[in-house]
Design a protein around this ligand. Sequence first.
Ligand code: CA
Ligand code: CA
Length: 168
Amino acid sequence: MTVTISAAVTNVATVTCTACVPSGDVISGQSQVTAGDQAIVRVLPLCGLGDFVWFDANANGIQDAGEAGISNVTVRLLDGSGNALGPTVTTDANGKYLFANLVAGAYAVQFVTPTGYVLTPADQGADDAKDSDADTTTGKTPPVTLAAGTTNLTLDAGMCSRNPRCVW
Ligand SMILES: [Ca+2]
Ligand SMILES: [Ca+2]
């Protein structure tokens, strides 16, 4: 059977076999792995998380028409408990960012507010695709759960200028 995958993916292998120590000694109660044993490899559909930091000119916490992205903002990937996992990305010329090739699970992000900016209020309005999700103190979003093969592009951050400080 031929399987065609239309998008680039990273293979995550799950190998099922009988355990043995590197020397080949049998672990007590287990039979030794031999060349005849089968390995089972599963390709898991991966996930994405993004995607926007914008200049919230009227500081209402909502992405309004004409409000442009902010480039070069650092975004950290967090686990579902808000701990940094290590990877960071920066927003592109249009204010967009994306963490790709994530294994399914719970994640959050933390926006690092550039000098001269402040975060505008989170969770304004009814449209999560158009609001800001970053806590105005920590820059962290609440966690979201990514099911296998899904991409969530609703984790956004609105920022405006610190001095003169925008008012809300
Ligand atoms: Ca706005
Ligand atoms: Ca949002």
